[in-house]
Design a protein around this ligand. Structure first.
Ligand code: SF4
Length: 586
């Protein structure tokens, strides 16, 4: 499902089976220790470690790759810009974070990705002119696709590296500084499996764990196979060792990550490997929630359903990309399942897990799509009863086979169909969420899930089925009052759903049991629906379970507060040693 571990932020906005798109910055505690050598900031004349800031565009693969870039840079002595007040103070709207080194981790899935990248690079150029020694690096799928072309169009870019060679980032930065010339390195195939690289994880309580990279499919709308290469699987032992490691560091949730997780094991001759991996991951001590993304309907087998149903820690949520309900269009997309098979999977999942929340991706207006094809999509959506759907207007992406098809659907037709699909999805998801009212759910409290939390005195997180839940605190309890019983990010809170909105749930059961006064009711009625208090006739319910993950989050906060000020940091003495309209939050 389209949610970053722990961040829980709704992130899917690409039309791929591959994990979702987002724009975020890498921010969290390193799982690596820094080497002694520290690159010096120009602004500190050798005394201030250079700072970095990673801007991430794109899918969960990119988010996880950004965690690795951050880990690599910290191992090389760089510091996260947001931890250095001097850097924060000079941050600009260009998205530089005030850093000495800004990495833009790009995605080429979105329309006009290159146009937007160069627009952003233009803004960063203006910042660079005012900040001597600043370096700009471009990574990710667009870098893989364009390579040297990026430097040709934006000569102020210092470093370009691709999806297959993340490990070279610190070395390329140093080479560019030393040579005073751009350093560009693009590899055609994977050099170092990314999971072996240092990682600064974004969340203290939940972690991405990559099980495979690349994809062997050839969906005609997708650029991923040509940029990420063929699928490479990690051995199960390595995956489990990483899960054990993140559990030991405090994480209680893991999301297994791959472009097509159901094909996991094909590389080492074990077609049942993914189901076995799920069971084993679910048995790792300390792990309470296992998720995975993304499966492919063609490769989804019943042994995976059995593993999900039989492993209590594997959550009852499934992101199953439909893309189209028309068999003719699925064929044109080179997606080898058909709509009845797709619906059959959902039926079997629900037989074994009646509460499973199933989400999807759908593309509207693929070349050649007729009104009849589109009607087939609407029919499948109606029958599938998705908990949420990420819908996309098709637009040709350079480098994909579908971009060259002649029967492109006119934009106005695409937009009109998109509006109809959106309306249907919204009605169904609202109905499905309304059906959750009265359910008692355990919510893993997250950071950054509810933009209105401070204003509405709520905390937010994900239920076991991955639905986003905004949870009212008991009257008078401040979110920061941990001693008073407020949950920390990473803690679990048991509440009752009191309202189902189209894209989220509200659980205000902490304040149930007492009717609103007339005055409170008047105030409530004047608020926007998402800000209102939603009470039901049941008793108050708000139970906090403090977890190891909450402890880990608290430790991380304390460590961040205790970070040395820049002017007391060690003197830098040399070169570094080190050579990845979504619905949801309010
Ligand atoms: S080619 Fe692979 S990554 Fe792209 S949509 Fe198809 S299955 Fe997903």
């Amino acid at each position: 499902m389209p949610v970053g571990p722990g961040s829980g932020r709704p992130v899917r906005s690409d039309p791929l089976d591959c994990p979702a798109m987002t724009a975020t910055s890498t921010t969290s505690t390193p799982t690596t220790t820094s080497t002694a050598a520290q690159p010096a900031s120009s602004s500190g004349e050798g005394r201030v470690p250079r700072t970095y800031h990673v801007r991430t565009l794109g899918c969960q693969m990119n988010v996880h790759d950004s965690e690795r870039m951050a880990g690599l840079l910290e191992s090389a002595g760089y510091r996260r810009a947001q931890d250095v007040p001097e850097a924060v103070a000079r941050a600009t709207p260009a998205g530089d974070g005030g850093a000495d080194v800004v990495i833009v981790n790009t995605c080429s899935v979105r329309e006009n990705a290159a146009t937007r990248l160069f627009g952003n690079l233009g803004q960063l150029a203006a910042v660079k002119r005012e900040r001597p020694g600043m370096q700009i690096a471009v990574a990710g799928c667009l870098a893989q696709q364009m390579g040297q072309g990026i430097v040709e169009r934006a000569p102020w870019v210092d470093v370009v590296f691709g999806t297959h060679n993340l490990d070279v980032l610190p070395a390329l930065l140093e080479r560019a500084r030393h040579n005073e010339a751009a350093a560009v390195e693009i590899e055609e195939s994977l050099q170092v499996f990314p999971s072996t690289l240092p990682t600064r994880r974004e969340s203290a309580y939940a972690a991405w764990v990559s099980i495979a990279v690349g994809c062997n499919n050839t969906c005609t709308f997708c650029i991923v196979p040509s940029l990420r290469g063929r699928q490479r699987d990690r051995r199960p032992g390595e995956v489990l060792a990483e899960i054990e490691a993140v559990a030991a560091q405090g994480a209680i949730e893991v999301t297994l990550l791959g472009q097509n997780v159901n094909s996991y094991g094909v590389g080492f001759g074990d077609r049942g490997a993914f189901a076995r991996l799920l069971r084993a991951a679910g048995a790792v001590e300390g792990i309470e929630r296992v998720r995975f993304t993304s499966p492919h309907p063609a490769a989804f087998t019943d042994d995976v359903i059995e593993a999900m149903a039989a492993t209590p820690t594997v959550m009852e949520s499934l992101h199953m990309p439909l893309q189209s309900g028309s068999d003719r269009i699925l064929r044109a997309m080179r997606r080898s399942y058909r709509s009845e098979r797709f619906l059959g999977i959902l039926e079997r999942v629900r037989e074994r897990m009646p509460r499973a929340a199933i989400t999807t991706d759908i593309i509207v207006g693929f070349p050649g799509e007729t009104e009849e094809d589109f009607a087939a999509t609407l029919e499948v959506v109606e029958r599938a009863r998705f908990a949420s759907a990420f819908t996309f207007e098709y637009s040709p992406r350079p480098g994909t086979p579908a971009a060259d098809l002649v029967d492109q659907v006119p934009q106005e037709v695409v937009k009109e169909r998109y509006a109809r699909l959106d309306e249907l999805v919204r009605r169904i998801t609202h109905e499905e969420n309304t059906a959750q009212e009265g359910r008692v759910v355990e919510v893993l409290v997250a950071e950054g899930e509810g933009r209105r939390d401070a204003a509405t005195a709520r905390v937010s997180g994900r239920a076991a089925d991955n639905r986003l839940v905004h949870v009212a605190l008991p009257a008078g309890l401040e979110a920061q009052d941990r001693a008073g019983g407020a949950p920390r990010p990473g803690d679990m809170v048991t509440v009752r759903v009191t309202h189902g909105a189209p894209h989220h749930l509200i659980a205000d059961s902490a304040q149930c049991g007492e009717p609103l006064s007339a005055q409170q009711a008047a105030v409530n009625a004047a608020l926007a629906p998402g800000d209102r208090v939603w009470l039901d006739d049941g008793p108050a319910l708000f139970e906090v379970r403090r977890t190891r993950a909450g402890d880990a989050w608290e430790r991380r906060q304390a460590e961040a507060c205790a970070a040395p000020e820049p002017d007391t940091a060690p003197v830098a003495i040399g070169m570094p040693t080190i050579r990845l309209g979504a619905p949801g939050s309010r």
